[in-house]
Ligand binder design. Structure first.
Ligand code: B4P
Length: 191
């Protein structure tokens, strides 16, 4: 199994690249952001709770996102592997993921971290906000709160994966195709 963590601040290109990588390597793409947005759309209890938190640029509780990942992984036991996009975002989530993968007798293969400066993140998200309808993409203050959450709670995971020798840093600025080729090359080295 190939199990990838696609990592980076909000707007780094995780969702964009995950979509291409899942096709290339025949993997199941799990995006916690997409899962939460679908709960919001269906107006479930979980969705109604998540809506307020996400609109403020904060992270949804570990318990909720870990539960969602567990459900999806159990439904895809025969998969070739997984791309985790936007998960884990805290140390608690990373530890829970390692435990879940252990029950599948597998591990994270690589953590691919897309590096993009704050100025470019803000530019991209405000641009997407113009037609995405995502409230968290439309206000610079909320985008700032998301970047702060990333720096405070998510960026420490770089060390978590560095210790396991799984961290690879990829420059996330430039043409989408060029960034994709760099990601593919890092994954190909696993073979
Ligand atoms: P996510 O849905 O994960 O959203 P994101 O961080 O904004 O990244 P996304 O993948 O969508 O954007 P991308 O970089 O591809 O999270 C949203 C919220 O959900 C979080 O704030 C949090 O509240 C909650 N949440 C999700 N997971 C959670 C978890 N595990 N724990 C707790 N809470 C959680 O793309 C951004 C834009 O850049 C796009 O418009 C794209 O077209 C563009 N772009 C991409 N690559 C580019 C390039 N090379 N050049 C120019 N533009 C590019």
């Amino acid at each position: 199994m190939i199990n990838l963590v696609l990592f980076g601040p909000p707007g780094a290109g995780k969702g964009t690249q995950a979509f291409k990588l899942k096709e290339q390597f025949n993997l199941i793409h799990i995006s916690t952001g997409d899962l939460l947005r679908s709960e919001i759309k269906m107006e479930t209890k979980l969705g109604l709770e998540a809506k307020v938190i996400m609109a403020a640029g904060k992270l949804v509780s570990d318990e909720v996102v870990i539960g969602m990942i567990m459900n999806l992984m159990s439904e895809n036991k025969d998969a070739n592997g997984f791309i985790f996009d936007g998960f884990p975002r805290t140390t608690i989530q990373a530890e829970a993921l390692d435990k879940m993968l252990a029950t599948f007798k597998t591990k994270i293969s690589l953590m691919l971290s897309l590096e993009v400066e704050d100025e470019e993140l803000i530019r991209r998200l405000l641009l997407r906000g113009k037609d995405s309808g995502r409230p968290d993409d439309q206000d610079q203050q909320i985008i700032g709160a998301r970047i702060k959450e990333y720096n405070d709670k998510t960026a420490p995971l770089i060390e978590y994966y560095q210790t396991q020798e799984k961290y690879r840093s990829i420059k996330g600025i430039g043409a989408i195709e060029d960034i994709f080729l760099q990601l593919v090359s890092a994954i190909d080295k696993l073979k």
